[in-house]
Design a protein around this ligand. Sequence first.
Ligand code: GGG
Length: 337
Amino acid sequence: MYRIAWIKGDGIGTEISEASLEVIHAIENTYGVSFDIRFYDAGDECLKRRGEALPRETIEGVKTADASIKGPVGDTAMDVIVRLRQMFDLYANIRPVKSYKGVPSVKPVDLVIVRENTEDLYKGYEFEVGDAVVALRIISEKASRRIARVAGEIASRRRGIVTIVHKANVLRKSCGLFLRIAREELSKYNVTVRDILVDAASMALIRNPESFDVILTTNMFGDILSDEAAQVAGSIGLAPSGNIGDEIGLFEPVHGAAPDIAGKGIANPYAMILSISMMLEWLGAKKNDKRLLSASKSIERAVEEAIARGCKTPDIGGSMKTHDVGGCVARIIREGV
Ligand code: GGG
């Protein structure tokens, strides 16, 4: 039995969680694993109701769970997810982006963004100085080195190309350090290493996204480029992610809480479902449990098959409801895809 901490979050978080729970139950029935799912509160609504966006029991829940899954939160992202990343030193933000047959894309995409997850402007060191505001950009050698290793390892299992995205021509010291350390660390891997300025990278992601395999970058650039890459691939509604440290893994869709469509039952649950697949892969490797590794793969295949069968929400050209998409994926898993 694995304990899972589950934060539904704000906006569409409840709907996509309900749909994803269908998938989890199908995994339990098909793969003979059981999950002790514990729900925790966090986000804008939680702040309104309880006066705090990230209650102590939620922090404790994430700390003691075998793995955690989180829906999107709204304006409290800094108080919830950015805080959890820093609190538990979840230094690697892994964001796979790929196109699916049956979903129109700008161009075919198959890449992974490896985003440093604990530093940069997202440290949150902002100060008012007179009539101005000063924000500190923290880039350390230690954090740059360990995230470069993650990129090297992931690229070694893929096409073997790491592109370091930076702005070292302007941010000479901070991006300069990141670039130097990343190159140094990646030279220890059997991978091709390239680098590109972030502005050029944002263009290249649209013009020739197929040239990217693994993108290694700093926190804020990674946040921005992952939305762009997801849209080029088809929809941010299909983009999962993992926040991973040495001991704790917290998985979440890349997208936000989408208050404009919340409660309408049309939100795309695939990013959350694919985040569960990532969670099971991580947990399976950690616990050396082959059932979880097989379950993770079967979710990926079931998502591909469900999309091919037309189980699609409106954002990706379908007319299905959130809950029915979850049911569709669950059925395909039970069919033994
Ligand atoms: N644009 C997608 C979105 O709103 N994502 C949630 C978010 O901003 N999370 C903070 C982060 O990933 O750093």
